[in-house]
Write a protein that binds this ligand. Structure first.
Ligand SMILES: *Cc1c(COP(=O)(O)O)cnc(C)c1O
Length: 465
């Protein structure tokens, strides 16, 4: 492709993108594609001869787009948001065009230094104390894996990478049942083993792990010859937004010399608003914290902000050349590939810069505050209708509800009817082993009317049971 064609197609695609976003409200949120139908529309063998961009693009519209679920739809209330704001998309286009591989300072000084400064902007934005250093990981799952690997190496006096785990003491990591499944997978991948992820019971309206039970579990494990390594706490668990009491968890972990990682993948973005910081009070005592600007801050996927009280244990765990530690950061040179599992890195800091400058923190706070306010209003309206009951009260903009007096199959059928209708999209989760309907608001273009339409939809469809 010559560069004139590239420029023409670039302009055409940005026009297409603007039109797509303008028209999103009129599309059903979730794809109603049958499994296999997209694959059936694609040739089974690759082309031997060149095809025109016209025909590639026409097939994109014809085959791909009908098979997309619209994550940027203002009435996407499922899972968590994955906001891609226009300034973020523009920054991604630039990063994609320059296409640097940013593994070392030397391979992309601007990307490295931008990352250092942007992570410090984010640190200040969410109120973490000076001294915390940040790195952008591709996902919260990767950050949690990195933190669990540090727990392992620290607890084994840095012998795990060299000697393997055979013959080593059995490590233990502690978390509640409310943490994301990325914690389970980190435990598997780190070789610690699912049996050594100790589940601590939860209590209270925020379903926080019981610190006394955590303390007792660590003591019992030590007495039984296990080696406790770390605690994974959550702020805003995926199912219902559970929040551990970070101060209490950190106090117990510290008393036992354990490493603490806080997974705030979704809720962390809300900490740009000081009034929500009580949800993670004590976080400054944690060793490692992750949140995803790619969820609720308008910085599109992928962008996970990973903060470390001290990056040295992480670098010691993941750097291939440990002698590098001696000059680590001292000369202003940081090689972020030594802070993460993958070697190669994209230029992700650019979109943080664009988004923060375009909206300003005040613009971002306003959106998050609205989402929280509107979700609470919606929960109040649903709770006041005798056909429904709120199961878990809003944590920020996330709550769960159900049809009163209906069994699991009926709740699931209700969710399916709602999503087939197309006006909104949400998911189910389980609370105390029963199916409930889960709602969160967080899409940046959502209005109060979009959020409140949820009541209209569930009200229309509840009767159809
Ligand atoms: C979304 C989420 C994750 C996973 O995030 P990825 O960036 O997709 O790995 C982990 N923990 C919590 C609490 C989440 O909400």
């Amino acid at each position: 492709m010559d560069w004139d064609s590239f420029a023409r197609w670039g302009a055409k695609i940005s026009d297409w993108g603007a039109g797509y976003h303008r028209g999103l409200r009129d599309l059903p949120v979730r794809a109603s594609t049958r499994p296999g139908s997209v694959a059936a529309g694609l040739p089974q063998v690759p082309p031997e001869t060149p095809e025109s961009m016209e025909s590639v693009f026409a097939d994109f519209e014809r085959i791909v787009m009908p098979g997309m679920t619209h994550w940027q739809h203002p009435r996407f209330f499922a899972y968590f948001p994955a906001n891609a704001t226009p300034p973020s998309m523009l920054a991604e286009f630039l990063a994609t065009t320059v296409a640097a591989q940013c593994m070392l300072w030397q391979t992309s000084p601007a990307a490295t230094e931008m990352e250092t400064v942007m992570m410090d902007w984010l640190r200040q934005s969410v109120g973490l104390p000076e001294g915390f250093k940040g790195v952008i990981q591709d996902s919260a799952s990767s950050a949690t894996l990195a933190a669990v690997l540090v727990m392992r190496e620290r607890a084994l006096d840095w012998a795990g990478n060299q000697k393997g785990l055979t013959g080593q003491p059995r490590l233990r990591v502690y978390a509640s049942n409310e943490v994301h499944t990325s914690v389970d997978r980190a435990i598997w991948i780190a070789g610690i083993g699912a049996e050594n992820l100790v589940r601590i019971p939860t209590q209270g309206p925020l379903r926080a792990m019981d610190p006394a039970a955590l303390d007792a579990a660590i003591r019992a494990d030590r007495a039984a010859g296990y080696r406790p390594a770390g605690v994974v706490a959550c702020t805003g668990g995926t199912g219902t937004g559970a929040c551990d009491d970070i101060s209490a968890v950190v106090a117990v972990a510290r008393a036992h010399g354990l490493y603490t990682h806080v997974d705030a993948a979704w809720a962390g973005s809300a900490m740009i608003c000081t009034e929500f910081r009580n949800l993670w009070s004590g976080v400054e005592g944690a060793d490692s914290i992750v949140f995803n600007p790619h969820k609720w801050l308008g910085v599109q996927f992928d962008c996970a902000a990973h903060f470390l009280r001290d990056p040295a244990p992480l670098v010691r765990t993941l750097a291939i050349r440990p002698e590098y530690l001696r000059t680590h950061g001292a000369d202003g040179i940081i090689n972020y590939s030594e802070w993460s599992v993958p070697l190669g890195r994209r230029f992700r800091a650019l979109k943080i810069w664009f988004v923060l400058r375009h909206y300003g923190l005040e613009g971002l706070r306003q959106r998050i505050r609205n989402h929280v306010l509107w979700s609470q209003a919606l929960a109040a309206q649903i709770g006041a209708d005798p056909r429904f009951e709120i199961v878990t009260e809003p944590v920020l903009s996330l709550f769960t509800f159900r049809l009163k007096g209906a069994d699991d199959a009926a709740q699931q059928a209700f969710v399916n009817r709602i999503n087939d209708d197309g006006r909104i999209y949400l998911t189910q989760t389980r609370v105390a082993d029963g199916v409930v309907i889960r709602f969160q608001a967080g899409q940046f273009d959502a209005t109060e009317a979009d959020v409140m339409m949820t009541y209209e939809v569930i009200s229309d469809l509840a009767g159809a049971a």
